[in-house]
Design a protein around this ligand. Structure first.
Ligand code: FES
Length: 133
């Protein structure tokens, strides 16, 4: 089963979904992974009903960070900002599907942090291990 998830991670890494820029994002934010300096950026276009109509991500990093960002964009496209609040660390780890050690956890959760801080501000970042960031 691990092989399936590894293949899926590599697929998202090699063929990232929603990578690029939006012309007129309503939200744009980027953050570095403090351990390695790699940066992930997320841009959203949110409509008047608070629905994420379009999402793009960018940046460079390891396969885990890029694959999790790609997976996250698929999770949130078409969702409301209220629904996005519910996306958790566990959703990302479930999508990745492999054991992630403490160092790689920062890679895996970088895009989620960028998203939550970008939309709600740092005070509302509810990621676990937040004291480590
Ligand atoms: Fe830099 Fe994973 S090693 S984001």
């Amino acid at each position: 089963m691990d092989d399936f998830y590894r293949e899926n991670i590599l697929d998202h890494y090699r063929n990232p979904r929603n990578k690029g820029h939006l012309d007129n994002p309503t939200h744009a934010h980027e953050e570095p992974n403090p351990l390695c300096g790699d940066v992930v950026r997320i841009e959203l276009h949110v409509n008047d009903e608070d629905v994420i109509e379009e999402v793009r991500f960018g940046g460079e990093g390891c396969a885990i960070s890029q694959a999790s960002a790609s997976m996250l964009t698929e999770m949130i496209q078409g969702r409301t900002l209220e629904e996005v609040k519910q996306v958790s660390k566990d959703d990302i780890l479930e999508a990745l599907g492999i054991d992630i050690g403490p160092v790689r956890l920062k890679c895996a959760l970088l895009s989620l942090k960028v998203l939550k801080v970008g939309v709600y501000g740092l005070d509302d970042w509810t990621g676990e291990d937040e004291e480590d960031w």
